[in-house]
Structures are given as C-alpha cells and as structure tokens.
Design a protein around this ligand. Structure first.
Ligand code: NAP
Length: 365
C-alpha cells in the first residue's frame, strides 16, 4: 500500500513518516483480521465512477485505486488546472488514461446541474456504476476549533451545507436514471464522526439561521447525508426494478491528516496548536482514510446489503466496522425523522428552483 501524497503541511515530515509506519503496521494486523485490502478490489473494467473532491486527500486516493483497478473515473474539480494536475499525477503513477476531469464548483446548484448534464452525456452508453459524494469543506475560515464567520451559496444556502449536502443530494437525484442503467450500482456518501454535532431544525433546513459556518453546519451536513442515504435506500428498494439494485452506503474515514486540516487559519488562537497536535498524534495518512469508501464502492459481498455506515472507531482502528451514528437524532428520530428530512430537503431544492423534474414518483412526494 502506498503512502498518501497529500500530507498536511502542519505535520513535520519525520513525524508523518513515523505515523505512516505505525499505521501501516496496524493496517497489516487489521488486514489479517478482516481479510480485506485494496488488493481485493475486483477488476472494474467497464465500470464508471463519479467522484467529487478528488483533487486531494481521501478522494485522490480513492480515484487512484479505482483507476488502478481499471475503472473509468470521472473526477469533479472546481478548478480545471488543479484537477488536471491531480489527474496527471495518477496517470504518471501508472494509472493509465481512464481518469477524466469534470469541472464544477459544488457551491452553486447551477454548476451542479451543468455537471449532471455532462455526466449524462459521458455515461450515455455505459450508465453510472459508482458515485462517491466526497467533496466537503467547512465554510469560510471556520473550523470545529475556531469560528470563522457565516458564508452562503448563490442560492442562499449556508455554504457547508450547500457543498456537502445539497449539491450531493441534487447530484444523486439527478443521476438516478444513469445509476439505474448501471445497476447494480452504488452511492457512497462521505460523512464524519462530526455527525455528533449535528442539529436539525426544520425551520433552518437552508442553514441560513446558523451564525457561523463552522462545526454546526459541518456536523449537520454529515448526519443529514446519512439520514438522506438511509431513506433513499428504503425508497429505492420500495420502487423495485433496477432502482432496487442501487446500494447506498455512508462511510467515514476517521481522523485523517489531509489538506482539509490546512484550511484552518493557523495564525489564530490556541486552535493552531490544537490542530497541529491532533494531526501529529492521531491523524492517519490519506491512503488509510480512503479504505472505508473503497470498500463500500467495490466490495462484491456488499451487493444488496442495504444501507450501512462503515468506518473506524474513535481510536481510528477497525477501519471497515459497521457503525451506528452517535447523534441522538439518529437513535430517537428513527425512520420517520429521516423521511421528514428527505421530504424537507426536496422542498428546499424546489424552493430554490433546483429540483430535477424527472425523479420517479414514489421517491419524492
Ligand atoms: N480529514 C479528515 O479527518 C476527515 C474526517 C471526517 C470526514 N472527512 C471528510 O472527507 C471528505 C474528504 O476530505 P479530505 O480530508 O480528503 O480533505 P480535502 O483533501 O480537503 O478534500 C476535500 C475535497 O473537496 C473539494 N471541494 C471542497 N469544496 C468544493 C466545492 N465547492 N466544489 C468542488 N469541490 C470542492 C476540495 O476541492 P479543492 O481541491 O478545490 O479544494 C477537495 O478536493 C470530506 O467530505 C470531509 O468532510 C474528512
């Protein structure tokens, strides 16, 4: 297994090398216990994957492995130049030519719609087999450790929710026909243990009542994604036919030393020290953080499994464990709350003029 190429700049090289060695040793033990490594990924020839947020970090590692195993990867980047540079790196590492860069800033639902049209065009002959909803960021300068102000999208949605939640919901609903044509197919939603900090107020589904684009919307986007995914799975199964052959999974990577961590404003407060410490001591290399997503996207034994939430425990071990979100909203709200959030999300998309017209009856009211 190769080391991640995108180590956080806050982590000194020697410490990162030691960390990588420790996590590699730990991974060998887990591989022996669980019996799955990326070497178990089947031949993906003829399969098409769409990955958001693949320029760096976890998404980059996922793209690399999918391409290595012969999938065609459509990778979404908000910046053409950086997207091409990352694709070139994968090609130079021997990944062949089956990686293509699509550009879209997921902050804008107009751009998401343009992206959907482009994906439809490119998957006309094949359908779509894997969709990894991975891109995410905390808005503005905000991080869990430091407030950084409120920011919103062109449609007036809070920025983190707009990118991480609404863009991906729109993408999945807009590409259902392509997923059906590719079925058996998979939708994998990247979440986080930050789901613990989720709040859900049906008067604040747009997030415009948050005062800061920090942890509250970040944690909310993550649990909302899981709730949406669980409900989507139920509705796809109920619809039957090809739709029932789409599996939806939630994953989380654990604490990963990725460029996401660099987005903290290191010049401020005690937070900088906290982030350095957190990364240095606990952060895993990106190759390890990519394992839950790769497993959920490709493991044949998961076919037909229904919604699962896969990722490590708090100690960053047992990477492929099946988890229950820790937030009480998941436990106490049950399927009714998930259905209500699903319908509320659709209402928000309608309200801002971005609900796809062709979503089959039964999936939305
Ligand atoms: N690192 C962790 O410890 C951790 C823990 C739990 C969950 N996660 C989740 O894992 C996922 C990947 O994060 P990462 O750690 O690999 O960090 P990362 O390297 O910063 O990856 C985030 C990706 O999202 C893309 N992105 C952000 N905003 C976008 C936008 N408006 N339009 C298009 N693309 C956008 C970024 O693109 P650019 O290259 O253009 O910035 C980047 O490629 C995220 O959903 C994150 O929340 C990470």
């Amino acid at each position: 297994m190769t080391a991640g190429v995108n180590r956080s700049a806050v982590r000194p090289g020697l410490l990162a090398a030691v960390g990588n060695a420790v996590w590699s040793a730990e991974q060998m033990v887990e591989n022996a216990l669980v019996g799955w490594t990326p070497n178990h990924i089947p031949d993906l020839s003829g399969k098409v994957a769409l990955v958001t947020g693949g320029n760096s970090g976890i998404g980059f590692e996922v793209c690399r492995k999918l391409v290595e195993n012969c999938a065609t990867v459509l990778r979404v980047s908000r910046d053409r130049e950086r997207g091409e540079a990352a694709a070139q790196q994968i090609r130079a590492d021997g990944g062949g030519l089956s990686i293509e860069v699509l550009t879209a800033d997921l902050l804008s639902l107009d751009e998401v719609e343009r992206l959907i049209r482009e994906v439809k065009r490119r998957t006309k002959a094949t359908g779509l087999h894997m969709l990894l909803a991975n891109a995410g960021e905390r808005g503005g300068n905000a991080t869990p450790f430091q407030p950084g102000g409120y920011a919103s999208s062109p449609e007036g949605l809070e920025q983190t929710l707009a990118v991480d939640y609404y863009a991906h919901v729109r993408l999945v609903l807009g590409l259902l026909e392509e997923l059906e044509r590719g079925a058996p197919a998979r939708v994998v939603l990247q979440a986080s243990q930050a789901e613990q900090f989720c709040t859900l107020d049906f008067n604040n589904l747009k997030g415009d009542k948050f005062t800061d684009s920090g942890m509250a919307p970040y944690g909310s986007s993550k649990l909302w994604k899981l709730m949406f995914g669980d409900e989507l799975q139920r509705r796809l199964r109920a619809k039957g036919g090809k739709a029932a052959q789409i599996d939806v999974f939630g994953v989380h990577p654990g604490l990963v030393d990725s460029p996401l961590m660099d987005k903290a404003d290191m010049g401020r407060h005690l937070n900088a020290a906290l982030i350095v410490l957190q990364n240095a001591v606990l952060g895993m290399p990106t190759w390890r953080g990519s394992l839950p997503a790769l497993y959920a996207l490709t493991e044949p034994r998961l076919q037909g499994a229904g919604f699962r939430y896969i990722g490590p425990n708090w100690a960053n071990t047992n990477m492929l464990g099946v988890r229950t979100p820790g937030n009480r909203l998941w436990r106490t709200g049950g399927p009714e709350l998930r259905a209500r959030l699903f319908d509320g999300t659709v209402s928000v998309l309608k309200d801002v003029g971005h609900m796809p017209s062709h979503v089959p009856k039964g999936l939305v009211k």
